[in-house]
Structure formats: structure tokens, C-alpha cells
Design a protein around this ligand. Structure first.
Ligand code: SAM
Length: 276
């Protein structure tokens, strides 16, 4: 019998792919986790029916969500990741030199455990890193207790439903601003410029009212809804579209470069409309 997984992307659009087998599935206190082996995209992790990451294109998402803010800041030493339970964002952060501490906060320890076991490539080197400290707790609570301590914050959250819903709200952005140093910046994945236009507009407005510099950039990620994905940056000092030329990647990347960094801020008119 043929096995397919179908993600409902909106009330009129589904995305399907053929599955070889289910590797793991569990309902936790927060969400339903599935890890599948798919024919075309390789290993895939799904939370509450929504594709989170696949072996096929995770490098694009993780390199672009991490290296754009990390190379905007001239000297990121203290970094925070909210979410990112698969490990991919932390894996990319620890490739930067000069780090003092990486706090990693995810609400669901079961996601972390399952991904460590079944998605080892996403977790490469994390266990050996002396700077990473993982805490299983709600990112909202952590933000409320953090004050002026981070250079870069990466919000690698799931969609604005379920446990991630409040991570897309004004109050959370306000707490992020309070948790950053006076020249800090944050990034958040902010969904599709085709399917989530009202959400993106609202985020732009909220972040724009709290940060002197607010920017949107995009990357093509084939397994995410519509293929084009947005990221929003709120920055207190540094201009994200102009990466720090003093620091360039001294490690191998497959998507990120200083050129893709700059180009990711060149928005087509239909996306630019969302930020004007
Ligand atoms: N790259 C993915 C995407 O955009 O589809 C996001 C990946 S990552 C797996 C999302 C993580 O956010 C999950 O591990 C989930 O447990 C975590 N998460 C959701 N709500 C959270 C919260 N309130 N605090 C901390 N982590 C949260």
C-alpha cells in the first residue's frame, strides 16, 4: 500500500509527498511529533501535521535564519535560541568563533530527544559544545526574565498556533527588546509572503514600533508553504542588509554567502508592499 503524508497549507491547498516509513511518532503535552522517512525529501519532522524540517532543504532554512543575523552583528558572543528543537539553528550558531554562551530554550523536551536520536545531522557537534546550555521551558517565560544580556536572539519557532502562538505577539517582541543588549538584534521565521500576508504586516508593525531598524528578508525553501519563506529582523543598531565585512564565513556553507545575505533583502514588489 502506498503511504503519503499530506500537509494542509490553507483551506484550499494541500502539499503531499510519498512516505517510505514512519520512524517515530508521539503525542506530547504540547504537540504531536512525527519523524518520517520520505522518498524525495529524506527524513522529515512534522509537528501537529505541519512540516518543520526535511533533510532535503533544512540547510537553506538554518543557514539563512542564523548566519544573516550572526554576520550582521560584528561580534556576537551571547546568543539565545527560542525553539529550534531539531537542533539545526544551534548547529549553525556554534560554527561561529568568539561565542561565550548559547542559551537554547525549547518548550518540549520530547522534540529535542527525538531529534537527537533520529535527526543526528541536525545536532552535529552540539553535544560537544562547551558554550551551549539547553533548558526545557517556555520561551515566553525565559524572555520575561532576561534583561539586556543577548547580542543575537534567534526565534526558530513553529507556526502561530499551538505552543508557538504567543511567540508572534507584541508583548513577546517587547520582552525580546528588553533581553537584548543596546546594540542587539533578533530574527524570527515569519512564514509565507503568499499565505500569511496579514500576519507579516502585523509583525512588521509590532516590531517596527519597538526597534529602530526592522527588515524582512526571504529564502526559497521548497518544503515550506508556497516555497518562499520570510524572516523578520528587529535591530537596535546594525543594518541587517549590510553584513559586517570584518567577519565573513570561515566555514563551509551551502546556501549562505555575503552575496546571498545582501540579495535576500532585495524584495519583489509584492513582498515589499507588506513592509511599506
Ligand atoms: N523550522 C521550523 C519551522 O519554521 O517550521 C521550526 C522548527 S522548531 C522544530 C520549532 C520548535 O519550537 C519546536 O521544537 C517547539 O517545541 C518549539 N516551541 C514552540 N512553542 C514554544 C515556546 N512557547 N517556547 C519555546 N519553544 C517553543
Amino acid at each position: 500500500m502506498e503511504l503519503w503524508i499530506t500537509e494542509q497549507q490553507n483551506e484550499n491547498v494541500n502539499f503531499s509527498c510519498r512516505v517510505k516509513k514512519t520512524i517515530y511518532s508521539e503525542k506530547t503535552d504540547f504537540q504531536e511529533i512525527e519523524i518520517l522517512e520520505t522518498e524525495y525529501f529524506g527524513r522529515m519532522m512534522i509537528l501537529d501535521g505541519v512540516i518543520q524540517t526535511t533533510a532535503f532543504d533544512e540547510f537553506i532554512y538554518h543557514e539563512m535564519i542564523v548566519h544573516v543575523p550572526m554576520f550582521t552583528h560584528p561580534e556576537p558572543q551571547k546568543v539565545l535560541v527560542i525553539g529550534g528543537g531539531d537542533g539545526g539553528s544551534v548547529r549553525e550558531i556554534i560554527r561561529h568563533s568568539g561565542l561565550v554562551k548559547v542559551d537554547w530554550i525549547d518548550i518540549d523536551g520530547k522534540v529535542i530527544e527525538a531529534c537527537k536520536k533520529y535527526l543526528p545531522e541536525w545536532n552535529h557537534m552540539i553535544q560537544d559544545s562547551p558554550v551551549v546550555e539547553l533548558q526545557i521551558r517556555d520561551g515566553l517565560a525565559h524572555m520575561k526574565e532576561s534583561h539586556g544580556q543577548y547580542d543575537v536572539i534567534v526565534v526558530d519557532c513553529s507556526d502561530p498556533v499551538g505552543p508557538g502562538e504567543l511567540l508572534f505577539r507584541y508583548d513577546f517582541y517587547k520582552d525580546i527588546s528588553g533581553a537584548l543588549k543596546e546594540d542587539g538584534l533578533f530574527v524570527q521565521q515569519t512564514e509565507s509572503p503568499f499565505y500569511h500576508r496579514d500576519l507579516i504586516r502585523r509583525i512588521q508593525k509590532d516590531v517596527g514600533s519597538l526597534f529602530p531598524i526592522t527588515r524582512l528578508y526571504t529564502a526559497n525553501i521548497p518544503t515550506y508553504p508556497s516555497g518562499l519563506h520570510c524572516f523578520t529582523i528587529g535591530s537596535k543598531k546594525y543594518e541587517p542588509s549590510k553584513p559586517s565585512v570584518a567577519r565573513v564565513p570561515d566555514f563551509e556553507t551551502r546556501c549562505y554567502s555575503i552575496e546571498t545575505h545582501r540579495a535576500s533583502f532585495l524584495l519583489p514588489k509584492y513582498v515589499k508592499e507588506l513592509v511599506e
